[in-house]
Design a protein around this ligand. Structure first.
Ligand SMILES: Cc1ncc(COP(=O)(O)O)c(C=O)c1O
Length: 395
């Protein structure tokens, strides 16, 4: 029998990064390719206690079906944290708990995108969002990223195109570039978007991982008062294995997302939500986040210093103030795909940049992850990569 897949899957590709990660399973390769949090920082013992307390004190409720919106005390915790840490007002009834923030992208696609609708997308942009939106047969209109945020002229032009339903952005320590929107650019984006009926999607899984500089207010509710949603995640501040994220949306949008989520999976794991809430109630999450910041900050510093020492000066690299990634640009006309093969033979890996561009550009860029290697391996890996780069430039 011929297998008759749906048309919508024709344009959706396997995650390029997951394919690369297979190559880097060889432990002699120092890999800056993945985007994983450092597992040494997962709160294993405190989670074990939280899980045991939940199961012994409210086992039947924790193992039962529950509401689609999510566990109310967890939503209250998230709302309180937005008020105290970010200075924005969020009602717990405006929050929907999801299976990771990745699920929010799928639900937003279901609720907003007809085939042929356009999504305004950062150039470069988050690969997982390209995959999610492509399932809905969307088109992309890209907006270039400058050092302090999007090119506002390009954004203005993009907003004038037909059917630009959504503008998806990662304004803090973006994946893949590590770039953060400045306060001026945030205000500029809000100004350009005023009166537009394009929904602004702010994806913020890295915002709490700031090692230096000033925290920025979210665009959503901080700058854009109407027509935005804000995504969050426990993956980078606690552990991704729980698959817990959330979306903040005004009631009309949230109710639609609830219906889409019911159709997908009824609700997010009850037991995950209760264990996470117990963990957050019994422990000081701020001091845990401080530990992550301290470790990642040192690893980022080591990577920046090693790059200054070992990379040829023609290679431009971002110096992010937080998050998990640095972004490198080779001279025009060079290909990081070619460099990748040489790098693997030198036992070091990164992610070539082209898959992060929906318009096929970016061949001369690549992403480096610093969260999941210790300082010694970072220094050694950057040295190896520096040697490859020198060989490659000399060709
Ligand atoms: C920008 C961005 N959004 C969303 C996600 C998905 O995170 P989660 O584990 O919350 O689904 C990631 C994961 O790396 C990401 O980088």
């Amino acid at each position: 029998m011929a297998t008759r897949f749906a048309d919508r899957m024709q344009t959706v590709h396997r995650s390029f990064i997951r394919e690369i990660l297979k190559v880097t399973e060889d432990t002699s390769i120092i890999s800056f390719a993945g985007g994983l949090p450092n597992p040494e920082l997962f709160p294993v013992e405190t989670m074990q206690k939280a899980a045991s307390d939940v199961l012994s004190q409210s086992g039947p409720e924790a193992l039962q079906y529950s509401t689609t919106e999510g566990y109310q005390p967890l939503r209250q915790f998230i709302a309180d944290r937005y008020r105290s840490k970010k200075g924005i007002e969020v009602d717990p009834d405006e929050i929907l708990i999801t299976s990771g923030s990745q699920q929010c992208l799928d639900l937003l696609g279901k609720v907003f995108l007809n085939a042929g609708d356009n999504v305004i997308f950062e150039r470069p942009g988050y690969l997982g969002a390209i995959q999610s939106f492509s399932v809905f047969q969307s088109g992309f209109v890209t907006v270039g990223l400058e050092e302090d945020g999007p090119d506002l002229d390009e954004l203005e032009k993009a907003l004038r195109k037909d059917n630009t339903k959504l503008f998806y952005a990662v304004p803090n320590f973006q994946n893949p570039s590590g770039l953060t929107y400045s306060a001026e650019k945030r205000a500029g984006v809000a100004e350009v978007m005023k009166g537009s009926d394009t929904l602004f999607i702010e994806d913020d899984p890295y915002g709490e991982l700031r090692f230096m500089g000033e925290h920025q207010k979210p665009l959503s509710r901080g700058y854009i008062k109407d027509g935005s949603v804000l995504l969050g995640s426990f993956s980078k501040i606690a552990a991704p294995g729980f698959r817990l994220g959330w979306i903040v949306a005004d009631k009309e949008i949230r109710d639609r997302l609830v219906v889409a989520k019911q159709a997908s999976d009824l609700h997010t794991s009850t037991v995950s939500q209760r264990i996470m809430y117990r963990y957050l109630s019994d422990n000081d999450i701020d001091s845990h986040i401080e530990k992550i910041r301290d470790r990642y900050g040192r690893q980022r510093q080591k990577m920046v210093e090693s790059i200054e020492r070992f990379f040829p000066e023609e290679i431009k690299v971002t110096k992010p103030e937080g998050g998990m990634f640095l972004w490198a640009t080779l001279p025009e006309g060079m290909s990081s795909m070619d460099l990748f093969d040489t790098a693997i033979s030198h036992k070091v890996a990164f992610v070539p940049g082209r898959p992060f561009y929906v318009d096929g550009s970016g061949d001369n860029t690549f992403r480096l992850n610093f969260s999941n290697s210790d300082e010694e391996r970072i220094a050694e890996g950057v040295k190896r990569l520096g040697n490859c780069l020198k060989d490659y430039l000399a060709k």
